[in-house]
Design a protein around this ligand. Structure first.
Ligand SMILES: Cc1ncc(COP(=O)(O)O)c(C=O)c1O
Length: 396
């Protein structure tokens, strides 16, 4: 069969995406990642990076990346178990485990891979995995790869989770896995209740803490620390590509036997290249900065409160939640994308999200606040929201 048939099919599909407003056009950023970035030659304030503490491009992290590059080289041309493990890789894994109070950790090239290589490595036909319906795509894909029975419980619905645990009775292992922070809504998983149910049904609990690690909790140990259950969570996956420096890399931290088994059997670890040393060095520095002081987390909290108060005061509906993710609810998909376009002309870079990323009729603009934003940048954003909101008839 000629590839032209596939090309014709994709051309039609792409045209459908364009005509239904679902085609993704990527904007070219003409500067490093920061609270202020350059787009189309114009400086705009950025409210859509996962740069919660503003550590992407922090000078000490960049310096550490340079130093590790000079000392340990650019790339390893090997997976970890053949000849891709240097001293800094092990040091970072141990630092991550200590940070979360766990026994050991395993590095992956991304958290997508950490989630992709978790479930099928630990579970088989006799087991059950219970997963929140709004879990991240990488968790969904990871679970698809494993042979365990799958139970999808309604979002944060503890009575549905209990029903599913009842159904899963008799399975050898029962693994409840949830995003700790749901990135489209900014809400937290009900971790204390989930841990209680796990105790009751002899299950164990894992979380993906990508949107919590570094900036939530007193010590930055994420959503589980914030909710007081860090020691009750058995498996944590997370990323180095958001708060912890923002470049790339992921990890799983847990009991040493679990980590050891993952190092022996997890396919994205065994069959993919080692994380570059410069990333490892920089991530280690990011972890150090996260632990050194609470001041960036305090600034982030103040910035988030100021932004929420300003938007709500102007008449916008902002979903409730304790995280720096502020979903400004608009309902209509066309309105959300129109608003984002207009805000950009006011120097505010945000993105409108609509179906299928969020449910039908719940289109929104998702703001991600950073400790790097200055009070005046937050005020500028609130002012722009007021002006555009009035122009579009969203607020009075
Ligand atoms: C909840 C969640 N899990 C996993 C990932 C994947 O992380 P990484 O970028 O390290 O692959 C993301 C990133 O979008 C995420 O938001």
């Amino acid at each position: 069969m000629s590839v032209q048939k596939l090309i014709d099919h994709l051309t039609t599909q792409l045209e459908t995406l364009k005509s239904t407003g679902l085609y993704k056009r990527e904007r070219l950023i003409e500067s490093p990642q920061n609270a202020e970035i350059t787009v189309n030659g114009k400086k705009v304030i950025n409210f859509c990076a996962n740069n919660y503490l503003g550590l992407a491009n922090h000078p000490e992290i960049v310096q550490s990346a340079h130093e590790t590059l000079d000392t340990w080289g650019y790339g390893l041309s090997s997976v970890r178990f053949i000849c891709g493990t240097q001293t800094p890789h092990r040091q970072l894994e141990q630092a991550i485990a200590r940070f979360f109070g766990k026994e050991d950790a395993i590095l992956y090239i991304s958290c997508f891979d950490a989630n992709g290589g978790l479930f099928e490595t630990l579970l088989s036909e006799e087991d059950a995995v219970l997963s929140d319906e709004l879990n991240h795509a990488s968790i969904i894909d990871g679970i698809r790869l494993c042979k365990a029975k799958r139970f999808r419980y309604k979002h944060n619905d503890m009575s549905d989770l209990r029903n599913k645990l009842e159904e899963a009775k008799g399975s050898r292992f029962k693994f409840i896995f949830t995003d700790s922070v749901f990135s489209m809504d900014g809400d937290l998983a009900k971790l204390p209740e989930i841990c209680d149910l796990a105790d009751q049904y002899d299950a164990f609990v894992g979380i993906d803490d990508c949107h919590g690690t570094g900036h939530l909790g007193q010590g930055g140990r994420g959503a589980a620390e914030l909710l007081g259950v860090l020691d009750r969570i058995d498996v944590i996956t997370s990323t180095l590509g958001k708060t912890a420096g923002g470049a790339a890399g992921g990890f799983t931290t847990s009991r040493k036997e679990i980590v050891d088994w993952l190092k022996n059997r997890s396919r994205p670890y065994l069959f993919s290249n080692s994380v570059p040393p410069s990333l490892v060095g920089a991530a280690g520095k990011a972890l150090e900065l996260i632990q050194k002081s609470t001041s960036l987390r305090e600034t982030l909290t103040q910035n988030t409160q100021k932004m929420r108060a300003g938007l709500e005061g102007a008449g916008f509906t902002v979903k409730l939640g304790p995280t720096p993710i502020l979903p400004v609810m608009l309902g209509d998909a066309a309105l959300a994308s129109q608003m984002a376009e207009k805000l950009l002309t006011h120097g505010i870079y945000v993105i409108g999200f609509s179906y299928p990323v969020v449910p039908q009729g719940q289109a929104r603009i998702r703001l991600q606040v950073s400790a790097a934003h200055t009070p005046s940048q937050i005020e500028q954003a609130i002012q722009a929201f007021k002006e555009v909101g009035k122009e579009l008839g969203i607020v009075k």
